[in-house]
Design a protein around this ligand. Sequence first.
Ligand SMILES: [Zn+2]
Length: 70
Amino acid sequence: MDIVLQSTILCPVCGHAETETMPEDSCVIFYECRQCGTMLRPLHGEDCVFCSYGTQRCPDKQREAQGKTS
Ligand SMILES: [Zn+2]
């Protein structure tokens, strides 16, 4: 199993990219951009800001993609 915990969030408002470490077993619903302070929320159909704006999907989705839902 190869779960990546680092994801770079790209702010859709100011374009700032920030690498964050994702919690392994919970989704992140809100994320405040460190540059412009915009509160990001998941896009429609997503349940996690990392899935919506990050370079990596959250650990839950990565596990799902690998067919290893617990
Ligand atoms: Zn921003």
